[in-house]
Each structure stands twice: as C-alpha cells, then as structure tokens.
Design a protein around this ligand. Structure first.
Ligand code: ADE
Length: 353
C-alpha cells in the first residue's frame, strides 16, 4: 500500500529543490531561528508569520537575547499573532537553552517548554539531521490522499498508520528537506480544495488521485463549532489616561491564562438578555460618566466569535485594581488585536476632541 520510498523521496525532493519558497527561516539551519519559525507557524499561515518573524529576530537574534528580555517585551512582539501561550513557552525555552545549550536529541528537544512531537521533529530534522518525521496539517492532507486513508488521521488507528507511513517514507539522509518538502507540497499543490494534481510530483503514487477522490481526503472529524460571545467593555478615561491592567488568571474554571500578561480594559461577558450599555455603566461604576459608544465590532479568535461593544466614559476616580495609563504608554504594552483596535479608536477620538 505504501509507495516505494526511494522513488517517492527522489520525486519529492527534486520538486522541492525547484519549487520551494524563499522563506527567511530557510536561510540557515540555526536551531533557534528554526524553533521560532516552527512555533510561529503553528495554527498560523506563512504570510501572517513573515512580518512577525523578521521583527522578532531583529529584536531577539538568539536564545541568549530572548532569555534576557522581559516577559512584557516578548509578549509585545507576539501581539496580534494569536495563541499567546506560544510566546511564553518560547521565552521559557530560550531561558533553558541559554542555560544548558540547545538540546540535540529528540528527548532533549521534547523537554523544552512548548515543544511537542511536531516541533521536536521539525527542529530535530532541519537543524540536527535527526530522522524524525513531521506530521502537521499539511502532511496529514498529503499522506491521507497518497494512501487513500479511510480512517480519521488525527486519532487512534488512523493517526498511528499515518505516523508510521511518514516515518517509513522519510529520507533518513535528508530528513529536514524531506519534511519541509511534504509541508511545502501541502501548502502549494495539495490544497484542501482544488488541489493542483496535474502539477504534483507524487500524482503517480497517489491512490486518491487514481480514484479521482482527492478532495474527499483527509477524513477529518467534524470541526468544533464556534462559540458566540457578546462582550461589553468600559473605556474609562481621565484626560489622556485610560484605566487598564495586564490580564491575570480569572480563577474561573477553564481559564488557562491564554492571554496572561496582555493588557485589557474593564470588561464583562453579557448573559442572555443583558444590554451592553447598561452593563458597561454597571462596570464603570457610579463615579463614571458615559460619553458615547466608541466602538462596536466582531472579533474572531480561535473558536470564539466575539461581538465587542465598547463605551467611553470619563471619571476622576480609578476602579479598584485598575491603573491609569497614558495612551502613548499603553501603545508600547503587550496588546492583543481587539485591545489594540480599541486603543486606536480612543486615540482617534481624542485627537478629534
Ligand atoms: N509549516 C511549518 N513549518 C514549515 C516549514 N518548515 N516549511 C514549510 N511549511 C511549514
């Protein structure tokens, strides 16, 4: 059922040599540069990562520089990329590397914070030539089609079959190029819809292509449904200052501190029937005067679809636990996308006033 590995490798690597994109993390195999790229690329598209990657490496060119940086500056460099736990893991990994050097074995890599099987295989193969097969979303798609794998490739038997096929096909003398070639093929040719099979070097080996069923693979489980949330936010100002603070753990069940350290404004999630304006007034407290609804937008992050209604208040008195911070200073703090958008709206409103 498995294609002949020698043939498969030869065709795939020849295609990669000719068609690979010129990406900044392919300039050399420095494990720090590769680790940063692989963490940024998890759940995130190449074109989104590119500007973050070059800025991050200019600011933190090696593990020592990153280890010595403040958490706040690391989070600020990640702001807008999403999945913020990655930034804290990367920072912790850099501290471990600065202390003990870069681990060069699979076990050592897996011991780094935030490094799982995927990242260990990617860094291990690309930087150290370790024969570890990478299985990410792109590889799952390519190999599910090549094998016409009728099981769910993300769990149980299907996952085991796919992992062992990837490992058997891997070119042990060029594991880094082989892994990147499969991912690149998934990104450039073997797309989720309308794959360009006529341009695919593996078409002759692809069982799904033979049966003209390529778009029915991989057999993924139905995606988790999205969750709708409506949030009311109070932007409480005093002159050019606004009340804000870095996020802490809420203590609520299920709060994993995903956005720990990112600055935010007083906010609450509306329950059914609650009106956003009334709840903003409640949040802001009796010392605050409502001015206007400053912003209203939809914000998508992971599986949440968040309607944000933000109201502008003035007040002389801080709410307990919240800090007055100048808009300019807040601009330099770690801010996730929604909060950055609100700060922009505040600044724009202030300059009209
Ligand atoms: N996606 C994640 N890492 C990648 C890499 N090194 N090459 C191509 N696509 C990727």
């Amino acid at each position: 059922l498995l294609p002949d590995p020698k043939n498969f490798r030869r065709l795939l690597l020849a295609w990669y040599k000719k068609n690979q994109r010129d990406l900044p993390w392919r300039k050399n195999t420095d494990p720090y540069r590769v680790l940063v790229s692989e963490l940024m690329l998890q759940q995130t598209q190449v074109k989104t990562v590119l500007p973050y990657y070059s800025k991050f490496l200019t600011r933190f060119p090696n593990a020592r520089a990153l280890a010595a940086a403040s958490q706040e500056s690391v989070l600020a460099s990640w702001a807008g990329l999403g999945y913020y736990r990655r930034a804290r893991f990367l920072h912790a990994a850099a501290k471990a590397v600065a202390k003990q050097g870069f681990p060069q074995s699979a076990e050592g890599l897996l011991d780094l914070p935030g490094v799982g099987a995927y990242t260990a295989a990617a860094v291990g193969s690309i930087s150290f030539g370790l024969p570890l097969a990478v299985v990410d979303g792109n590889v799952i798609r390519v190999l599910s089609r090549v094998l016409a794998l009728d099981k769910d490739p993300t769990t149980g038997q299907g996952k085991r079959e796919l992992d062992s096929a990837a490992q058997a096909l891997l070119d042990p003398s060029h594991p880094g190029d082989f892994n990147q070639a499969l991912m690149e093929l998934g990104a450039l040719i073997c797309a989720q819809t309308k794959p360009r099979c006529e341009a695919c070097p593996l078409a002759a080996h692809c069982l799904a292509f033979r049966g003209k069923t390529q778009e029915s693979y991989p057999r993924l489980p139905t995606p988790v449904s999205t969750l709708k949330i409506h949030k009311s936010i109070a932007l409480i100002t005093k002159g050019a200052n606004v009340l804000a603070m870095p996020r802490t753990l809420s203590g609520r069940a299920g709060d994993e501190g995903r956005m720990l350290g990112y600055w935010h404004f007083p906010e609450l999630e509306l329950k059914k029937g609650e009106r956003p304006e009334a709840m903003a007034i409640h949040l802001a407290g009796e010392n605050a005067k409502l001015k206007i609804r400053l912003a209203s937008f939809l914000h998508s992050i992971t599986r949440y679809r968040i309607k944000v209604d933000a109201y502008l208040f003035t007040s002389e008195k801080a709410l307990k636990g919240w800090r007055w911070i100048g808009l300019r200073e807040l601009h330099s703090k770690p801010l996730a996308s929604a909060e950055r958008r609100l700060l922009k709206a505040l600044v724009a409103f202030g300059s009209k006033d």
